[in-house]
Every structure is written in structure tokens, then in C-alpha cells.
Design a protein around this ligand. Structure first.
Ligand code: HEC
Length: 263
């Protein structure tokens, strides 16, 4: 009896292998694509492609195990459902209201670590967002949601000739960053230097956490902070001492500019 059941299971597994999923991607029309339209900085585009596009676009890459049923059916289900909810390849065809709503959902789900789906990360380790990536992506999504295009190119400006009022934690955080940059006690080993990048990223996180600013001054602060996010990462990750020092110099100049715009 047991043998018969086993045989039946094997037979079923063999038979279902003939029921394959359709892996042909619908044609990608570039001018309808989210990334083409919104033109985010490179690292944001890379995050979206690596962490979201397999389920939320027509650019799905099917891993080898999607040759095996019933795993394939389960994966295909996620893709169909993902595309139904949000399809970056169809972005141009969404009405303004829908776009806004979807961006809002993106912010919410990324913030709560619900996207990318947990099960996806088991086989796609590189799709898991690091804290820095998450911050970068959220900052960018927020800016996009508010309809502020290309925040990386947005310009800092004064408040009718006066400085913007920043909250205390931010001003303290910026001062702390300058202290870290000016502290030359680390030895010249790149690994020790990378530690400075880590310290700076920690300060940045604190600023984001404690920020209770709203409105235009908050926008301006974002514009000020965003270029630093990338530079801090360079400090933490670079293996090149020269690149470290040139980036650190840029950071120093940038930070020293803070008091010209905020108080
Ligand atoms: C493994 C496939 C998969 C990946 C990868 C994935 N998603 Fe999803 N996503 C889904 C599925 C399935 C749903 C619908 C069911 C649900 O909400 O859990 C969904 C729902 C959503 C929704 C909800 C839309 C709505 O209006 O309710 C948003 C927004 C979203 N995903 C954004 C993202 C973002 C941003 C990423 C990348 C950071 C991402 N997803 C990565 C599969 C995925």
C-alpha cells in the first residue's frame, strides 16, 4: 500500500512537469517604463531593478527552479499578482492619482520591510535592502511622491533671504559629522578609514530618526543631506585611500555650507 502511494506521488510529480509556466515576457516599451520616466539616480535605478523588477515589471528574470513544478506555479503566481498590483513597465499608462497612490504604497511597504517579499530574498540575497539603500530609496520615493523631480539636482535656496529653521538634533548631528571628518587620529589603513564612513552613516541615521521638520525647510534639508548619503557610503566602502580623501574633502566642504542655509 505504502509503495503504491509513493508511486502515485512520483507519477503526479512527473506528470505536473509537463504543465510549464509561460515565461515569455510581454514586450517592454521603454517610454512607458517607470525608470525611464522618473529618471532616478543610478543607484536608485539599480535597487529597483534588483529588488523589485522581477515581480513588478515585464523584465522578469526566471531562475532555474522555475523549470520545476509546482515551485514554478507558485513563483508565477507572485509575478502575476505583483504585476497586477504594480507594474513599472506600464507606468505611463497609470493615471496621476494611481501613480501617487502606488508611490505612497511603495513608501509604506519598503518602510515596513514588507517589500521585496521575504520568500524572494531566500534565493535573491542581493535584493535585500541594506539600511543605506532603504534610506536612499525612501528619500527618493518621498521626493518623487511630492512631485519634486530630480531631487539630486534640486538646488538649495534660502528662505526669502533668511536661513531655514532646522531642528536641534539636525544641527547637532551636522556638527558631529564635521567633528568626525576633522578627526585625523585614524591611521592611514583603508579599513580604519572606512570606519569613519560608518560613523558618519550612523549620524545620518540619527538625523533622519529625530527629524520632526515639515514643509519647505524639511525639503531643503533633504536636498542638503541627500548628496551626503552617497558620499558616506563611498567612504565606508572604498578600497582606495586617494578616493577616500578626495571624497572626505567634498564632504567637509558640503558640511561647512550647512550654516549658510540652516540655523
Ligand atoms: C517576489 C516578488 C516581489 C518582489 C521582488 C517585490 N514585490 Fe511588491 N508585491 C508582490 C506581490 C505578490 C504583491 C501583492 C500581494 C501583497 O501585497 O503581498 C506585491 C505588492 C506590492 C505593492 C502593493 C501595491 C498596492 O497598491 O497595494 C507595492 C507598492 C509593492 N509591491 C512594491 C514593491 C517594491 C517597491 C519592491 C522592491 C523594493 C517590491 N514590491 C518587490 C511581489 C513582489
Amino acid at each position: 500500500m505504502k509503495k503504491k502511494i509513493l508511486l502515485a506521488i512520483v507519477a503526479i510529480l512527473v506528470i505536473i512537469q509537463f504543465f510549464r509556466i509561460d515565461k515569455t515576457n510581454p514586450e517592454v516599451v521603454l517610454e512607458n517604463d517607470f525608470i525611464t520616466i522618473t529618471n532616478p539616480p543610478e543607484e536608485i535605478a539599480a535597487i529597483l531593478k534588483t529588488s523589485c523588477y522581477d515581480c513588478h515589471s515585464y523584465e522578469t528574470k526566471y531562475p532555474w527552479y522555475t523549470n520545476v513544478s509546482p515551485i514554478a506555479w507558485w513563483v508565477k503566481d507572485h509575478i502575476n499578482e505583483g504585476r497586477d498590483e504594480l507594474n513599472f513597465s506600464e507606468w505611463a499608462n497609470y493615471k496621476e492619482k494611481r501613480k501617487k497612490h502606488k508611490l505612497e504604497e511603495c513608501i509604506e511597504l519598503v518602510e515596513e520591510n514588507e517589500m521585496p517579499l521575504e520568500s524572494y530574498l531566500i534565493t535573491h540575497g542581493d535584493a535585500k535592502l541594506t539600511e543605506t539603500q532603504k534610506t536612499e530609496l525612501l528619500n527618493w520615493l518621498h521626493a518623487e511622491f511630492k512631485g519634486k523631480k530630480k531631487i539630486d539636482k534640486a538646488e538649495l535656496s534660502l528662505n526669502d533671504g533668511a536661513k531655514w529653521q532646522a531642528n536641534k538634533a539636525t544641527t547637532l548631528g551636522i556638527a558631529k559629522m564635521l567633528e568626525i571628518v576633522n578627526d585625523n587620529t585614524a591611521d592611514n589603513q583603508i579599513t580604519s578609514l572606512n570606519g569613519k564612513g560608518e560613523l558618519l552613516e550612523t549620524e545620518m541615521k540619527l538625523i533622519f530618526e529625530k527629524c520632526d521638520m515639515v514643509g519647505e525647510s524639511h525639503e531643503q534639508l533633504h536636498t542638503f543631506l541627500l548628496p551626503l548619503v552617497k558620499k558616506f557610503r563611498t567612504l565606508r566602502e572604498t578600497t582606495n585611500v586617494e578616493e577616500f580623501y578626495s571624497t572626505e574633502k567634498e564632504i567637509k566642504n558640503h558640511l561647512e555650507n550647512y550654516t549658510n542655509y540652516f540655523e
